[in-house]
Design a protein. Structure first.
Length: 91
């Protein structure tokens, strides 16, 4: 099982703090599964028009930003933890 935690904006979209997902090989597959489970705005909120994670959002796998790993091709395995959240910026 892969544990997915939702914070900030994603908590509002999903209505859940955390879920467990089985049988996903990589980040792209996980996003597809989550988009089907939460059809009202999940994918549009997470990805830009080019299909990349929006700049102001973070997706981390076991504490590492997927951008520093393999992006949407980042492999996932049993017992991984994925956390999705919107970064906070101030001026």
């Amino acid at each position: 099982m892969i544990e997915v935690k939702f914070l900030t904006r994603f908590l509002d979209i999903t209505g859940e703090k955390a879920i467990e997902i089985e049988d996903v090989k990589d980040m792209a597959t996980l996003i597809d599964v989550l988009s089907q489970k939460y059809p009202d705005g999940f994918k549009e909120t997470l990805l830009d028009d080019n299909g990349e994670i929006r700049d102001y959002l973070k997706v981390v796998v076991n504490g590492d930003d997927v951008r520093s790993l393999q992006g949407l091709e980042t492999p996932l395995k049993d017992k991984d933890q994925v956390v999705m959240f919107q970064t906070i910026a101030g001026g």
